[in-house]
Design a protein around this ligand. Sequence first.
Ligand code: ADP
Length: 409
Amino acid sequence: MSPIHHTATGQDAGRVLVLNSGSSSVKYQLLDMRDRSRLATGLVERIGEASSRLVHTPQGGETRERTGRIDDHAQALEAAAGELAADGIGLDSPALVAIGHRVVHGGLRFTEPTVVTDDVLREIERLVPVAPLHNPANITGIRTARALRPDLPQVAVFDTAFHRSMPEHAARYAIDVETADAHRIRRYGFHGTSHAYVSRRAAELLGRPVEDLNLIVLHLGNGASASAVAGGRCVDTSMGLTPLEGLVMGTRSGDIDPAVTFHLKRVAGMSADEIDTLLNQRSGLVGLCGDNDMREIRRRVDAGDERASLAFDIYVHRLKKYIGAYAAVLGRVDAVVFTAGVGENSAPVREAAIAGLEGFGLAVDPERNAVRSGEPRLVSPAGARVAVAVVPTDEELEIARQTFALARD
Ligand code: ADP
């Protein structure tokens, strides 16, 4: 690639590359922010293994797949850049104005998307002890992209940022204050980019300013979190110091009595790492019934499988508890909004989570709930006091939007 980059000017300058770097994967999307179209999307996975795989889909084109060892994130990004160049939308184009990075943990400092400087990078590194699984990969992604295009703004968009508006009484755990502060133990919340985007889109759907609305947002993907959003600001959320707290998830337990962990150590002889793996990877739906895909769980429920039925009921029971809790936190609820893989696609989960909540003014209309669509929509009966809505999330678009806004300043 030529080391000389042209300055982006005029009409062409509207592309943003969004990178979501995990420990062994990189997801990328190239968006044109003039019309918000996706020029290409892709994924490099199993980085560092012999069986690395790159899957790349250009807008309106065929998906291409390549397998073969990709050593590290730098090679992954080079490979992605090669695919984009082959489509005539290479990363050396003057139309590319910024690179946006999903960064999981922004700690207390980052309440907004931030242009990455050396100082910002150091601060993200300082947060590694509270996000050991995520921040190191995010940092690698930023360094790699910076090396590729040092002339471009790299923007960090934090999963925690939206939740920094939580009042202290929601963010603090009731443990010894000195110990908590010494180790930065508090509730940070995650999926913030999604909660923020979905809140705004829900307000558009309802035709009211987000400032006037009290929303309960349920982001139900493989990871899952609920948030209470008052006037567009998060006032409580279910994930805490790490993404383990709160709802039952695909592989994570969500809320448990913390004494379970001492018990596992003292009585079952498990190490901290083993308990971590148990609660993060072998619990939740997969721990309860062996499956974490809601489609498969529903198929088993419909076939009369008792373990799958119990797993489904536990999942829904937890959801209901959070809806009730956040209704109390908010005092008045205007809408309950479902999003992410399960929330957008699983009519049975929505129906079961709302069933019996008529006392809160909540109900689901079976016909509306059965509609399959990629568009924001209401699933509550016409004229319901509280809306129940499905709003597809789009974290990449939101990261691109925030990145573009900063890059233009
Ligand atoms: P991630 O947290 O990995 O971003 P997603 O938001 O993509 O997850 O959600 C993935 C989950 O969504 C799957 O594990 C599956 O349980 C659920 N899911 C996806 N499609 C459907 C569907 N059609 N019906 C029910 N559940 C679905």
